[in-house]
Write a protein that binds this ligand. Structure first.
Ligand code: ADP
Length: 265
């Protein structure tokens, strides 16, 4: 669905590139966690996926539409939904439903279709009962769910989330993570940028970046069990993996483990 070919990007001409000759293929319906130390280029990479940034060299294709082609921008942004860490900055409506209606309304859809999408999106994130509330009266977790509803109302193929649980309490975190798994099981692709290795363990595929390059791409079981290696990158392994590792250092026989949303939250 998304192909990144030899992507190189520098914020200013002449600066050393923040992304270096990066190649990546993302299929439909994947749940991907993107991890890496602060400043390694995760946000810069995902901004390329819906044409918020255009490569200095190389190419990003969404279903064969190039992000370089300005005529494809609307269609690319409809297919690839993107939400950032601070849900407050993404609120545009005076009420919850008006906020969710903003995106589909801008697509020029008939009002009845906008209404259908708003109802469906708010139902999927369990905010339908709060449809008339002013968004600023919602909790942090509810605002994050509202941001997700706004994305879902555009009926994207994939959503890209930059640290969606960063400022949430454990209960709201659990709700968002459970919802992401559910949306993925319904066919929606997800790219989840996270600092939490426990959250990364919930994905089907983990991409690791360092200094503008993709340095590993594998299953959570493969990537997140490399305890020493993750530590050299300044990344804390998932709590449960760290525990198993410490037990193994002590000669204990630890065979399998299963990650759950409960562990991540
Ligand atoms: P991450 O999301 O992994 O923390 P970023 O993509 O935000 O990393 O940043 C990668 C590098 O690009 C960092 O060195 C950062 O300072 C730099 N950078 C990010 N945004 C800008 C910008 N708007 N202008 C110039 N440099 C930037």
């Amino acid at each position: 669905m998304i192909r990144v070919h030899n992507l190189t990007y520098a914020y200013e001409k002449g600066d050393s590139p923040v992304l270096k000759d990066l190649n990546l293929h993302i299929a439909e319906g994947e749940y991907i966690a993107l991890i890496g130390p602060n400043g390694c280029g995760k946000t810069t990479l995902i901004r390329h996926l819906n044409a918020l940034l255009i490569p200095s060299a190389g190419e990003v294709l969404v279903d064969e539409l190039s992000t370089r082609n300005s005529k494809s921008l609307l269609e690319i942004r409809r297919r690839v939904g993107m939400a950032f860490q601070n849900a407050d900055n993404q609120i545009v409506g005076m009420s919850v439903e008006e906020d969710v209606a903003f995106g589909p309304g801008n697509l020029g859809l008939p009002p009845i279709e906008v209404r259908r999408r708003v109802d469906e999106a708010l139902t999927r994130v369990s905010l339908i009962g709060l449809r008339s509330r002013p968004p600023h009266t919602l909790s942090g977790g509810q605002k994050q769910l509202l941001a997700l509803a706004g994305l879902l109302a555009m009926e994207p193929k994939i959503i890209v989330l930059d640290e969606p649980t960063a400022s949430l309490d454990p209960e709201s975190k659990k709700k968002v993570l459970t919802l992401l798994r559910k949306l993925n099981s319904q066919g929606l692709g997800i790219i989840h940028v996270t600092h939490s290795m426990d959250e990364a363990a919930l994905a089907d595929r983990v991409l690791v970046m360092d200094q503008g390059e993709l340095i590993a791409d594998g299953s959570p079981g493969d990537i997140l069990s490399r305890v020493e290696w993750l530590k050299t990158l300044g990344l804390a392994p998932p709590q449960i993996t760290e525990l198993m590792w410490q037990l193994q250092q002590g000669g204990e026989d630890v065979s399998t483990c299963i990650f759950t949303v409960e562990d991540a939250a």
